[in-house]
Design a binder for this molecule. Structure first.
Ligand code: GLN
Length: 473
């Protein structure tokens, strides 16, 4: 953004409330950036800038989000707008209703000006699995923004939006946040309604905010965390003010380091960033404790059985009859197979096949059952670790953003999720925050995980570390 304009949502809200800036003026600036730079970045699958301009004109500046432009991942529905999930099968599908989170954002005065690119049905770590085009990392256009919420992250990093919404099934909010140098927060499972999010792995899927600061994530969580009877897994909890809960220090906090992750190969600058974060934590009054999670390295294989199993079941609904693409066949079976063959991309087909295999009668116990047993072990181990640590610190990713087209082996791509997946399996909250740059200037992200329902405390700890390491308060 050009000088004088607010960089964060918090700064925007202050400026608008002080009548130094109008939502319309801000959107005009963001629009200029989008028009100049999105042809290179390609964050958006759909832009509704004219509609957004009139929404901004009518925005209530005393509302919680005061006309701030927020981008929404294209697997989350906004009534009357296309919702493609980055897939050919839904290329022309128009959402018949809005997701609860979209309704909450609009009710709080946000302006939704675009739907963002993503890996097809949120399966991937680079946004290269979008059926339409890859998104480029604004920090280096030759590199991926991460995924699957790569469009949302790139939009925030490029100044196209003051915040964005993504979905995180195995790291899709946190990993791209790390790659693009923004904050990505995956709340406790059940804190933000999944109603209107197109399901991938229903027991893992969470909607979370992506922002330029931790405080901004707290501001959005104040709007997004509402109990919703339309989502049976949404939990009714006493309301928390996530922003008011931000504390200035880590006094008395125990920051845990996970023994079993120590030996993992990470880029040297990421290891250095971890050390700097440890030092910053101690300086701010925390103590460092080591915890052991004996099964944590089995999280990855467990996830890559459970997530495909759930996806093969969830994606069964795309049969060419009720939604989206329809390819005629001689009979029902041929209609299904022609539709699904034409509509789904390679990675989605791979996941459906794996999922159907691990759920099949002869293999259920050997794969699916075993994976869910491992999931329970990891969940129990994490719960135990949170008795001796308030938060756990890890890198978000083993490397910084890789070049577009560089990772072609699916297993290599899956391995990048080693740090993010445990939080999804256990349903605990986790956040990625920027923590410096590597030798080539690419952003590094570190992750903090916290106990279930301690989201406000987790955001507070992350805010202290993020600001201590140079982020905006
Ligand atoms: N990269 C992981 C996968 O491909 C996570 C995706 C996600 O969180 N939606 O499954």
């Amino acid at each position: 953004m050009s000088s004088g304009l607010p960089r964060t949502l918090d700064q925007y809200l202050r400026a608008v409330r002080a009548r130094e800036l109008s939502p319309e003026e801000y959107l005009t600036e963001a629009r200029g950036l989008i028009e100049r730079n999105d042809p290179q970045v390609r964050a958006f699958l759909l832009l509704r800038l004219d509609a957004a301009q009139s929404d901004a004109q009518q925005a209530d500046v005393s509302s919680p989000l005061a006309g701030a432009p927020i981008a929404v991942k294209d697997n989350i529905m906004m009534a009357g707008e296309r919702c493609t999930c980055g897939s050919r099968i839904l290329e022309h599908y128009v959402a018949p209703y809005s997701a609860t989170v979209v309704r909450s954002l609009l009710a709080a005065g946000a302006v939704i000006h675009g739907k963002t690119n993503c890996d097809e049905f949120a399966m991937g770590s680079s946004t290269e699995n979008s059926a339409f085009f890859p998104t480029h990392n604004p920090a280096d256009l030759t590199r991926v923004p991460g995924g699957s919420s790569g469009g949302s992250t790139a939009a925030v990093a490029a100044g196209f939006a003051l915040g964005a919404i993504g979905s995180d099934t195995g790291g899709s909010v946190r990993q791209p946040a790390a790659f693009c140098g923004v904050v990505g927060f995956k709340p406790t499972y059940g804190l933000v309604s999944r109603y209107g999010l197109v399901a991938f792995g229903s027991s893992l899927d969470c909607i979370g905010p992506m922002t330029r600061s931790v405080r901004d994530a707290a501001i959005l969580m104040n709007v997004m965390a509402v109990h919703d009877p339309r989502d049976a897994t949404s939990v009714s909890r006493p309301r928390v003010d996530f922003e008011a809960a931000l504390q200035p220090t880590l006094a008395g906090k125990r920051v845990g380091i996970i023994r079993e992750l120590q030996g993992l190969d990470v880029q040297p600058e990421i290891a250095t960033a971890m050390n700097m974060a440890r030092e910053a934590a101690v300086k701010s009054g925390a103590s460092i404790v080591e915890v052991s999670l004996p099964h944590i390295l089995s999280a990855l294989p467990s996830y890559y059985i459970i997530a495909p199993a759930e996806c093969s079941s969830n994606l069964g609904r795309f049969d060419g009859v009720r939604y989206g693409l329809h390819e005629d066949g001689r009979d029902m079976t041929e209609t299904y197979s022609r539709t699904r063959d034409a509509g789904f991309g390679t990675e989605v087909k791979r996941r459906i096949l794996i999922g159907a295999f691990v759920l099949s009668a002869g293999y259920y116990d050997a794969y699916y059952k075993k994976a869910t047993d491992v999931r329970q072990l990891i969940t129990d181990e994490l719960d135990a670790a949170f008795r001796s640590a308030d938060v756990l610190l890890t890198p978000t990713t083993p490397t910084t953003a890789f070049k577009l087209g560089a990772v072609t082996d699916p297993l290599e791509m899956y391995k990048a999720d080693v740090f993010t997946i445990p939080a999804n399996l256990a349903g605990v909250p986790a956040i990625s925050f920027p923590s410096g740059k590597d030798a080539t200037g690419l952003p590094i992200g570190l992750q903090l995980m916290g106990p279930r329902w301690r989201d406000a405390d987790l955001l507070s700890c992350a805010n202290v570390l993020f600001t201590a390491l140079g982020g905006e308060s």
